[in-house]
Design a binder for this molecule. Structure first.
Ligand code: ADP
Length: 263
């Protein structure tokens, strides 16, 4: 299924614009305050009109009984691209805010079994692939920000699917140690060579730039790292080329201020 040329060109322009916007972030892990302000202003300014554009596209698609199949396809591709760009702008805003220390984390006790299941159900709707949850009957809780953690897991599961062939399964395993809740996202995909295992957490870094059409931007894992560390956790990677990868997220089980976990 190929996109009509104009839509493809529009999508390419979006991608080019985003990579320009990010230009100097690529070299430096931490942008200067002025760069961050700039990125954050531009992201904000672009996000609003794009959200309106997406809204019109979606409502035209919903009401459009008299659209031809071709028009329908063109509109739905445009809507998907708009959606993708909005997500990238949101990621840029989040990263700029996190650098400035402005991301408010709403920390609370969260049951991970439920949260992981919700994430898997959500991803399954978009990508029907085998997604398995491995957990004992014990409920595992963490002291964390529920919505940020969902975003972290969506990014990891999404990558696991993107970089492993259909119909290989993706597994999320839950466990706990004395102080930490442990979430492991595993795939049986391409794997990541040892010398690149650190680099993939950098902003805009992608192993295979040529595959930009797979819908990636190189921001997903920097969001993961920023959010997990912002929630006092850690993220690790173990991977073997040709076999697959496991991303491990460790989160505190208890609040520092409430070591008994009584809420
Ligand atoms: P994106 O997926 O948008 O390119 P990410 O920051 O999420 O950006 O990932 C950065 C790069 O790390 C990807 O482009 C890919 O090359 C590599 N990568 C991420 N997750 C995996 C995985 N599960 N298996 C193999 N490679 C991966």
């Amino acid at each position: 299924q190929r996109a009509p040329t104009e839509i493809q060109q529009l999508a390419d322009m979006f991608n080019l614009m985003i990579s320009r916007l990010s230009g100097s972030w690529k070299q430096e892990q931490r942008a200067s305050a002025r760069q961050r302000q700039f990125v954050s202003n531009v992201s904000h300014e672009l996000r609003t009109p794009l959200t309106v554009v997406r809204g019109y596209l979606q409502s035209t698609l919903r009401r459009g009984d008299n659209l031809s199949a071709g028009q329908r396809e063109a509109l739905s591709i445009a809507a998907t691209e708009a959606d993708h760009t909005i997500q990238v702008l949101q990621d840029l805003l989040d990263l700029a805010r996190a650098d400035d220390g402005y991301i408010p984390y709403r920390m609370d006790y969260v049951i991970l079994n439920d949260l992981v299941q919700q994430v898997l159900n959500r991803v399954k709707k978009v990508k029907p692939r085998p997604l398995l949850l491995e957990a004992s009957d014990d409920l595992i809780t963490a002291y964390t920000d529920e919505s940020r953690l969902k975003q972290v897991l969506v990014n990891l599961v999404d990558n696991a699917l993107k970089y492993s062939p259909d119909p290989e399964p993706v597994t999320v395993k839950l466990s706990q140690s004395e102080n930490q809740a442990i979430i492991e996202v595993s795939d049986r995909g391409s794997g990541i060579p040892p010398d690149l295992q650190r680099r993939i957490f950098e902003r805009f870094y992608r192993i295979d730039e040529a595959r930009t059409r797979s819908g990636g931007t190189g921001l997903g894992l920097s969001i993961v790292k920023t959010f997990v560390e912002g929630m006092q956790g850690q993220v690790f990677l173990t991977s073997t080329v040709g076999k697959g990868s496991t991303f491990t997220v460790q989160l505190p089980r208890l609040s520092k201020h409430d070591p008994q976990g009584t809420g």
